[in-house]
Design a binder for this molecule. Structure first.
Ligand code: ATP
Ligand code: MG
Length: 559
């Protein structure tokens, strides 16, 4: 028996009814990407839905590459899609390609010709467009519409055998040129494309249209619930028409609203432009909404799955706040990220009463949220430390609990120090800060009774490991770049990447690898990039800030 914690979404309702009514004994879904780009977070929603439903109802999900357009598809994309699906945590029942069905689809076309339901049209694409009519004006029937079955069969065979040039002829379904649904006005089934296909090579010079391939592929695979995004709703009558006329397995199509997210573009065509025109550093740039970008940035698959679960499925278009995705990422990383210290914008702190040449090891907790996760790490401490420049103020502001002459702060995991002053260069820029430490205040052994309001992080100068740190912000300046006037690229945020090249991290981070997740204390969540920088330094990407800095920014500007 199923225990229901949440109310069912509309697809679950449909499936439960179908199972109850005996319409299907088991359910079979598919995820059908076109291999013309990398998967993005929108695809993740579709993946979680298709695999999630099959999983919930004991069914199966196929991965089917919708590779009917030879022009835009590449094998590289096929590989990246499989890798991303595995990374996200899903495994498919069967791997199929729409191109596996080219022979069957060709036979289906012949069957429709034989039934008098398809014809070869010599009209040019312009002529076809011009005679389509409009939703309120019926279309005009093609002069080639009433060719005999024999003539159609021989012309279609000639099309297949390469007798004609691209665009010279098409095969159309003979439906209804005055249908209120434009997709039913004798839609094109096959077009001529003398192009090399990534799998079938030069075997074919005619290729089926999406509508003629998709439903039949579903049917061949006995997909019970074919789930797609809302823009295909108007294609559904055609989907059903082909299946009905061919009398094949009755797959059904159901539509849900695609995921749109603020400050993001999601169409592969646009993402490809960002890549090709070097606005980003490849499909896996950490600012991209692609799964590979998110992986490189340090998102974990579980956070993405939780996000998809939280947003649910709707039947109406909407736009989801990217802050929700970041919330899910933080929520996950807070549980598992190892706490470390890193100084992003360093200035030197000298503890004048700590003996030169001496050092000691202090202990830092790996993760207070998960004390069983390996306890503590060793951190070297010495007389000279790197601290954040922003943690020192020459003249303390009101409520300033960090370093300023006369202020006491705790050095995280180590001693309480009292600031005694600083040194400046000829331009008045502070170059060194001085303090004295108070014996008997070491963390874990503190019996001084002293308490201070501020705690700052630090790295021992002699033990510090140099690093480059990359901070990311939204790739777009406006909430919905996809619908703004003009070119979406005009809305790119010029400050979406900030590179800090003088950072220092604690020595334990030399053992980091790209699958590890860290919280740099007070600075956010970070993970190691798979590449070092030009100087051979470790590179850390900020996955997400500790708090939603953006929400604060927005309220500030609204005030
Ligand atoms: P794009 O416009 O980004 O190229 P697409 O729909 O052409 O997207 P496909 O590779 O054809 O991309 O999509 C594979 C599956 O993922 C389809 O079922 C599609 O409906 C679904 N999908 C694509 N984008 C989204 C999205 N933003 N939200 C939910 N599902 C999506
Ligand atoms: Mg598509």
């Amino acid at each position: 028996m199923m225990i229901e914690e949440k109310s069912l979404n509309f697809l679950e309702e449909i499936i439960e009814e179908d199972l109850k009514a005996g319409k299907h004994v088991s359910i079979h879904t598919r995820f059908p990407p076109e291999p013309n780009g990398y998967l993005h977070i929108g695809h993740a929603k579709s993946i979680c839905l298709n695999f999630g439903l099959a999983d919930k109802y004991g069914g199966k999900t196929n991965l089917r590459f919708d590779d009917t357009n030879p022009i835009t598809e590449e094998a590289e994309y096929v590989e990246s899609i499989k890798a991303d699906l595995h990374w996200l945590g899903f495994d498919w029942e069967e791997e199929r390609f729409a191109s596996d069905y080219f022979d069957t689809l060709y036979d289906f076309a012949i069957e429709l010709i034989r039934k008098g339901l398809a014809y070869v049209d010599d009209s040019s694409s312009d002529e076809i467009a011009a005679t389509k009519g409009s939703p309120t004006v019926p279309g005009i029937e093609s002069p080639f519409r009433n060719r005999s079955v024999e003539e159609n069969l021989s012309l279609f065979a000639e099309m297949k055998n390469g007798k004609y040039q691209d665009g010279e002829k098409v095969l159309r379904a003979k439906i209804d040129m005055s249908s209120p649904n434009m997709h039913m006005r004798d839609p094109i089934m096959y077009r001529i494309r003398h192009a090399h296909h990534h799998r079938t090579g030069d075997k074919w010079c005619i290729y089926p249209m999406y509508d003629f391939a998709h439903g039949q592929s579903d049917s061949i695979e006995k997909i019970s619930h074919s789930i797609c995004t809302l823009e295909f709703e108007v294609h559904r009558p055609l989907y059903n028409w082909y299946i009905e006329k061919l009398e094949i397995f009755p797959s059904h199509q159901y539509e849900f609203a695609r995921l749109n997210m603020t400050y993001t573009v999601m169409s592969k065509r646009k993402l490809l432009q960002l890549v090709n025109e070097n606005y980003v550093d490849g499909w896996d740039d950490p600012r991209m909404p692609t799964l590979s970008g998110m992986r490189r940035r340090g998102y974990r698959p579980v956070a993405i799955r939780n996000f998809c679960d939280r947003i649910g499925v709707q039947r109406r278009e909407n736009i989801i706040d990217v802050g929700l995705l970041e919330f899910c990422v933080r929520e996950d990383l807070n549980q598992i990220a190892l706490r470390r210290m890193a100084v992003l914008d360093p200035i030197k702190l000298i503890i004048t009463n700590y003996p030169e040449g001496r050092s000691e090891i202090v202990m830092g907790e790996n993760n207070p949220e998960a004390p069983d996760q390996g306890g503590f790490r060793e951190i070297p401490f010495s007389r000279e430390l790197w601290i954040e420049a922003e943690d020192y103020m020459e003249v303390a502001a009101k409520k300033w609990f960090r370093l300023a002459p006369g202020n006491k702060v705790r050095l995280k995991n180590a001693y309480i120090v009292e600031c005694t002053g600083s040194k400046k260069d000829e331009n008045g820029k502070v170059t060194e800060v001085y303090c004295t430490y108070i014996e008997g205040t070491r963390s874990g052994q503190d019996n001084s009774g002293l308490s201070v309001k501020g705690t700052i992080h630090w790295i021992s100068v002699d033990h510090a490991v140099p690093a480059e740190i990359r901070l990311y912000d939204r790739l777009f300046k406006v909430e919905n770049p996809g619908v703004e006037e003009g070119d979406f690229k005009d809305y790119i945020n010029p400050d979406s990447l900030q590179i800090l090249t003088n950072a220092w991290v604690e020595p334990s981070l030399t053992a980091a690898n790209p699958d590890d997740h860290y919280q740099f204390i007070r600075k956010g969540y970070f993970s190691l990039d798979s590449n070092k920088n030009a100087d051979g330094k470790l590179v850390f990407n900020r996955t997400v800030t500790l708090k939603d800095a953006w929400a604060k920014e927005v309220t500030k500007t609204k005030k």
